[in-house]
Design a protein around this ligand. Structure first.
Ligand SMILES: [Fe+2]
Length: 248
């Protein structure tokens, strides 16, 4: 990404405003951009023609059954994720108007909050869908080594990630990210989408523990949902995100 001009990168990444372009969340949501000849996956294109867009799922709605049921996938993707896209666009438009001098500058703080919430929600959900696949798998290569270096073993990593997800208060996320200062993997929580985070972390694996992600099938048994999620992790996608984060 460093090898292409910022404007071109902005268009290629297909993701939001300048402020959000700098976000590690969106950098992680972006497709591989080392070569302009590499077409991004359609399921990762979150921005087109000046607007956030809802990318399609990278699989059928029932692909993750029984871990995640079809109805939840429809509601989660088609309504919840879509609402972050819609409201993120309202924020983008309002901030653009303020920047152009035609908007109400007294609402700058409000619209920045809206962009932080909805833009982060859009970025995290885009990663989330691609972090999963039918049948799951196991990490290999550099990802397996980084997990071992960071957490001792795959088993211990899974235990820590699951307990972090279970412990999120209210609505939020468990995030495995590449932390660019210490150059290692770190597990963190995000409250809602944008709070209680660690700036500088590039998410490579994210788990949505908002009730809308699991309540239809699991009701209040979040731990069961987390356990099921662990069986559908697409470690190839996680490994690709880690490789991009480490190369920056
Ligand atoms: Fe969600």
């Amino acid at each position: 990404m460093n090898s292409i001009p910022r404007r071109e990168a902005f268009q290629t990444l297909g993701l939001g405003a300048a402020a959000l372009l700098a976000s590690p969340l969106l950098a992680s949501a972006a497709p591989e951009t080392k070569s302009s000849a590499v077409d991004p996956k359609e399921s990762e294109i979150g921005f087109k023609e000046g607007k956030f867009v809802l990318p399609p799922l990278p699989y059928e709605y029932d692909a993750l059954e029984p871990a995640i049921d079809q109805q939840t996938m429809h509601l989660h993707h088609d309504l919840h994720h879509a609402s972050y896209v819609k409201n993120g666009n309202l924020a983008l438009d309002a901030l653009a108007a303020i920047s152009a001098g035609s908007g109400d500058a007294t609402l700058t703080g409000h619209w920045n909050n809206e962009l932080a919430f909805n833009g982060s929600g859009h970025a995290l959900h885009t990663i989330f869908w691609n972090n999963m696949k039918k049948g799951g798998g196991a990490p290999a290569g550099a990802l397996a080594e980084a997990i071992k270096a960071g957490f001792g073993s795959q088993e211990h990593f899974e235990k820590l990630f699951a307990s972090t997800a279970a412990a999120v208060q209210g609505s939020g996320w468990a995030i495995l990210g590449y932390e660019g200062i210490s150059k290692r993997l770190q597990i963190i929580q995000a409250e809602k989408h944008q709070n209680q985070t660690f700036q500088g972390i590039t998410p490579v694996l994210v788990l949505d523990v908002w009730e809308h992600a699991y309540y239809l099938k699991y009701q209040n048994k979040r731990a069961d949902y987390v356990k099921a999620f662990m069986t559908v992790i697409n470690y190839d996608d996680v490994a690709a995100r880690l490789a991009r984060a480490m190369s920056k």
